[in-house]
Write a new protein. Structure first.
Length: 377
């Protein structure tokens, strides 16, 4: 299939791996921001193909995972509000908040509907004029334009019962917070492909300029990732960090100006609460028009927040720990019985380690007993 087969071509991949081995001399720490990249890296065993000079880290690029419990609790509280239809993508259903989940709220009578696009949510609003339809707006710059488009359409049609709870997050501010904290050393960043298709590659320019960090925007096939790694090694070995694009078929330096215009029209920057990282100014998107803002339309009182006992998702999202450091991994926490969001989302680091393993799917528990999750698979 065009645009897929050539990016899974083993000869191309072998050539890139050989190039990386030839060029890599220094010890470098490369982070992939995006959970989709983490999945590709593990699914194709790319870590094992790289020289020992390169250490790969997984970053906070899973939108469901970085959603703080305080925000999840608000969404769950909305699902329990009489008269509300809570519309959401399916990946949010099982994510545990402080004391409940959308799945539980639905089992207890909340009207939670799975939708496949924001236009489905808008259709629900048209079909239920006496109910408020609240769409759970979660995601990075990739999903924000579709939510913006639905708000603009609702405004055009005068659909005032359509609301959005926006816990959208933007990528450059969290990258600045992560590298600026000094908690984790990153020499090179594999920048997210889908996010960059919207924002372009220019917003990463501060990373080489202010922090000496190399950047390469990557697509989601193994050759895309290896090409990005090769670009990073070339930049960093030459002492010339910059922003490269290894995903020219999807990303332009200026991004998608139409999508960016819609985001700008519908949302204003505001603070956002990131799991494990905290509140980062101007890293969220707030609705400009209060008629469509669920947080302003309803008095939401979700109660005190709690983190799942023993879960270290926050540390994993900051790349200071891995799922293998979590004592609940595989023993208690599995995709079937997830304790934290990094195990629920298909792009969560814990789910990726679970499915593909650090050293392969047959990873065993330290005591040598087959892991419970592995046996269940
Ligand atoms: S394995 Fe489960 S409990 Fe541990 S950090 Fe991951 S999601 Fe949290």
């Amino acid at each position: 299939m065009r645009f897929i087969d050539e990016y899974r071509d083993s000869e191309l991949a072998r050539g890139l791996v050989e190039h990386i081995h030839r060029r890599s001399k220094r010890s470098l720490r490369l982070m992939e921001f995006c959970g989709g990249h983490t999945v590709t890296i593990f699914r194709y065993g790319l870590r094992q193909l790289l020289p020992p000079t390169l250490q790969m880290l997984s970053g906070p690029g899973c939108p469901v995972c970085v959603t703080a419990n305080a925000d999840l609790d608000k969404i769950i509280a909305l699902a329990r509000t009489p008269g509300v239809i809570l519309a959401t993508f399916g990946d949010l259903l099982k994510v545990p908040g402080s004391t409940s989940s959308l799945q539980q709220a639905r089992a207890e009578g909340g009207d939670v509907r799975i939708v496949y696009s924001t236009l489905d949510a808008l259709l629900l609003a048209r079909e239920n004029p006496d109910r408020a339809v609240v769409f759970a707006g979660i995601g990075f710059e990739t999903t924000a334009p579709t939510v913006a488009a639905s708000v603009l359409q609702a405004k055009k049609e005068g659909i005032d019962n359509y609301k959005v709870i926006s816990v959208h997050k933007t990528t450059p501010p969290v990258l600045r917070a992560l590298v600026g904290s000094g908690e984790v050393r990153v020499d090179g960043l594999i920048c997210p492909g889908h996010v960059s298709a919207i924002i372009g590659s220019r917003p990463y320019a501060f990373l080489p300029r202010e922090y000496g960090i190399g950047c390469a925007v990557a697509g989601f096939e193994p050759v895309d990732i290896l090409q990005a790694v090769a670009m990073l090694v070339d930049q960093l070995e030459a002492g010339e960090p910059r922003v490269d694009i290894a995903y020219r078929r999807g990303v332009r330096p200026e991004g998608n100006t139409i999508a960016l215009g819609m985001i700008e029209e519908v949302f204003a920057p505001g603070p956002a609460d990131w799991r494990g990282i905290g509140v980062i100014p101007d890293s969220g998107l707030r609705l400009r028009d209060e008629r469509f803002d669920a947080e302003r339309a309803f008095a939401i009182e979700p109660g005190p927040t709690r983190e799942p006992a023993g879960c270290i998702c926050g540390d994993i999202l900051r790349a200071v720990k891995t799922p293998l450091d979590c004592r609940l991994f595989r023993r208690v926490c599995t995709p079937e019985y997830p304790v934290g969001p990094c195990m629920v989302s298909s792009e969560g680091t814990c789910a990726t380690y679970y499915h593909y393993g650090q050293d392969g799917p047959e990873a065993e528990e330290p005591c040598g007993q087959p892991a419970r999750g592995a046996a269940d698979e």
